[in-house]
Design a protein. Sequence first.
Length: 425
Amino acid sequence: MDDLVVIGAGPYGLSIGAHAAAAGLDVRVLGRPMASWRDHMPEGMFLKSEPWASNLSDPAGRHTLAAYCAGRGLAAEHGHPLPIGTYADYGLWFARHSGPEVEERTVTAVAPHGDGFRISTLEGAPLLARTVALAVGMLPFRHYPRALRPLPAELCSHSTGHRDLARFRGLDVTVIGGGQAAMETACLLAELGAEPRLVARAGRLNWNTPVKPLARGLLRTLRDPHSGLGTGWRNWAYAELPGAVRRLPAGRRELIAATALGPAGAWWLRERFEGRVPVLLGHRLHDAAAVGDRTRLALTSAAGDPVVLDTGHVIAATGFVPDLARLELLDQGLRGALRRTGRGGTPELSAGFESSCPGLFFAGLVTAPSFGPSMRFVHGAGFAAGRLVRGVRRRLAGRGAQPGTSGAGAAALAPEAGHPKSFMG
């Protein structure tokens, strides 16, 4: 029986694996490494966060993005956006050098089993683990506006559903949303020869201001400090003090998670976007219907006037809504029994990221209503990985388990040699 099985191999899962291995735990990481970045972001996108705020986390702090880039003659500089492809390659390099080998297995179910958990996958026999960390990223929580949900996939997709946008060349595409994903997707479509338009509920688009130099005078630094989530004391607190955010009342935490660092475009995208992508602001979508091989959208303008759009394809760049109900791989009875935080659908967590089910831990987006907006960004991975692994060690000690020793239960479930591998869908 393994001490810990980490489900998910994005920045949080890989960071947890690195910290757990360094702590001497028998740990396995399941998933396709950096899948979101490799498979669900269009070519040509750039990393919005600053490179120094985008490191995956290992206890020694050696496997940084800067170290990866320096070894390959690449620049990872403040104020210079980094291609998504480079960042995905960094994550793969981190996975090879900082933790256990990632097993590309698709997890289908996690259920209680004795004093631990049984993890079923599409590939090979089930696994047994004393503790489990769910670091499944954002993809399970993709959000579609209600009006778009009945549309077939050939007429409507989520912004995370595309690696190559060239298929839309020559086609008019309506992008729904007002954040970075919407604006950058629309911009890439225009640059590839499509005819995009952007539809947003907001009355204006927000743009981040150009980044300020890292080296500034003491007074300016004190007035407006840098942090992994941007400048300013509030952002600094969210970035550096997630544990303090957790101590706030549940309602306050949920409000912060829902509203802090709201939708905005990166400063470096603005020149490429403005004047190139038509925008309908203050328009609300209330109906959509397939008409032959096209889609008819019924909107209401800010003035209350009806607007009808006929479009070749709709891309919903409408973000993510963390909710346990969407984690179908988690046993239904277990999922239903978990205590929620506040009035939302996310798990109530201890300071060590442990849920109300002993031994079941969470990381990433679903923990933002507990620890604040840093959990929506890679920057939060270091805090989460260190605290979560300490929580796992406390749980194992409480059960009298000796970390680093595997029991016979795993062998009984998986008698074949080695661990089967396959790509995670």
